[in-house]
Design a protein around this ligand. Structure first.
Ligand SMILES: NC(=O)c1ccc[n+]([C@@H]2O[C@H](COP(=O)([O-])OP(=O)(O)OC[C@H]3O[C@@H](n4cnc5c(N)ncnc54)[C@H](O)[C@@H]3O)[C@@H](O)[C@H]2O)c1
Ligand SMILES: O=C(O)C(=O)C[C@@H](O)[C@H](O)[C@H](O)COP(=O)(O)O
Ligand SMILES: [Zn+2]
Length: 374
């Protein structure tokens, strides 16, 4: 079976650090042969979660073993709570118990949570081992498996401890999305829509027409959405690997979204992608309220995300509205804070996002108050 290859070209496409994203059906049974050329040794350690393991672990183990790897694995709990110091310690100890070496290849089999956790573990074990990503959610196939952001959550906020550590290869088997719950498909779609909103208005226009087919996993629209998303992500990461500038645009909706995730409790009422959907609506509402963006564009963002089935307002917790001031407090701990001021991703319109440090917290609070009481 055929697959598409996209290159993440780092350091002027250095052979040592650049890597391929392979996307297509049926790849899960070919992980061994595909991983072989990037592996420095013949030991592989698979990290996966309790939902993915019964579906795909056996097939990946078989494929790696058939290719000559000595294979170990660890299954952790599914969900955001696994991006924690405790689970990181469990992963590192399991790898040391298995006598992993510097040439061991860590294989992240699962969604963004497994990818972020595995990438972080790979970056610190023995001061750094290689890893590959086998993303099995839409979100991880269009976003988290590419770009090398790794990390865990802390009580201070989302992803506040982590590293940049690029994978050696990404193998995205689109067939695995057939077992993904619809709510998770939608959460991934929020990050797909993000690329249109950042700098690709024609893609957004296309999503307004074909988004429902993408979330229904119709093969051809799905393949186009994944390809367009990965192309955008690979381009931005190649231009600014460690987020000194343009990469921060990939955070559209995330300053609001991460605050919602932190306030709701990790593994709480909102999945990451859902929080990003609500956050993007708020970012456009804020941009419109500041007179930067046409109100019609903010309306389109809300209408489309809502039409496909994503939340566009913060959830009530036990029937009560979230606390707008508490959300603002979380936002002040964002990684994009400089000299105490949050850098926001705002928009002049659909596909015209930009970074701004000129945002009055009173305007942000008004948007938050409006949203939590909707
Ligand atoms: N590093 C990055 O650049 C980056 C980018 C975006 C998001 N993220 C992070 O990614 C995480 C969210 O990732 P996610 O949305 O993939 O969530 P996830 O990893 O929790 O996966 C979603 C759920 O689906 C299950 N699952 C995974 N694949 C499946 C399959 N094929 N069939 C059935 N069930 C399956 C998982 O067990 C889990 O319950 C967040 O922590 C977010 O912060 C990181
Ligand atoms: O790759 C990036 O850069 C992103 O910002 C992608 C985001 O979708 C992702 O959620 C990322 O983990 C957020 O990064 P953070 O630095 O804000 O934690
Ligand atoms: Zn995200």
């Amino acid at each position: 079976m055929t697959y598409q290859t996209l290159r993440v070209a780092l350091d002027g496409d250095s052979a040592d650090r650049s890597y391929d994203i392979l996307t297509g059906p049926g790849l899960i049974d070919r992980v061994g042969e595909l991983a072989l050329p990037v592996a420095r040794g013949r030991t592989a350690f698979i990290l996966t979660d309790e939902n993915v393991a019964p579906l795909y672990l056996g097939r990946v183990q078989f494929s790696l073993t058939a290719a000559g790897f000595n294979v170990h694995h660890l299954i952790v709990a599914a969900g955001e709570q696994s991006k924690s110091f405790g689970t990181l310690e469990t992963v590192l100890n399991a790898m040391l118990d298995a006598r992993c070496e510097r040439t061991t290849l860590l294989v992240a089999l699962g969604g963004g949570i497994i990818g972020d956790l595995a990438g972080f573990a790979a970056s610190v074990l023995l001061r750094g081992v290689d890893f590959i990503q086998i993303p099995t959610t839409l979100l991880s196939q269009v976003d988290s498996s590419v770009g090398g952001k790794t990390g865990i959550n802390t009580r201070h906020g989302k992803n506040l401890v982590g590293t940049f550590h690029q994978p050696r290869l990404v193998i995205a088997d689109t067939d695995t999305l057939s077992t993904l719950p619809q709510r998770e498909v939608l959460a991934g779609y929020a990050e797909v829509a993000k690329y249109g909103l950042i700098d690709d208005a024609p893609f957004w226009d296309w999503l307004e027409l074909h988004g429902p087919e993408v979330v229904a996993l119709s093969p051809s629209p799905l393949a186009l959405a994944i390809h367009t998303s990965c192309t955008a992500k690979a381009r931005v990461v190649a231009a600014d690997e460690t987020e000194t500038g343009v990469r921060a645009l990939l955070n559209l909706g995330h300053t609001f979204g991460h605050a919602l995730e932190a306030e709701g409790g990790y593994g709480g009422p909102l999945l990451h992608g859902e929080a990003v959907a609500v956050g993007m609506v708020m970012a456009f509402d804020l941009s419109a309220a500041m007179g930067l963006c046409p109100a019609e564009d903010a309306r389109r963002v809300r209408a489309h995300l809502s039409t496909v089935g994503l939340p566009v307002v913060p959830p009530k917790i036990n029937g009560a509205a979230m606390d707008a001031k508490a959300l603002l407090h979380h936002m002040a701990g964002d990684k994009k804070v400089k000299d105490g001021k949050v850098t926001f991703v705002l928009a002049r319109g659909i596909g015209q996002s930009f970074l701004s440090r000129e945002v009055d917290p009173a305007d942000v609070l008004r948007i938050l108050e409006q949203a939590v009481s909707a």
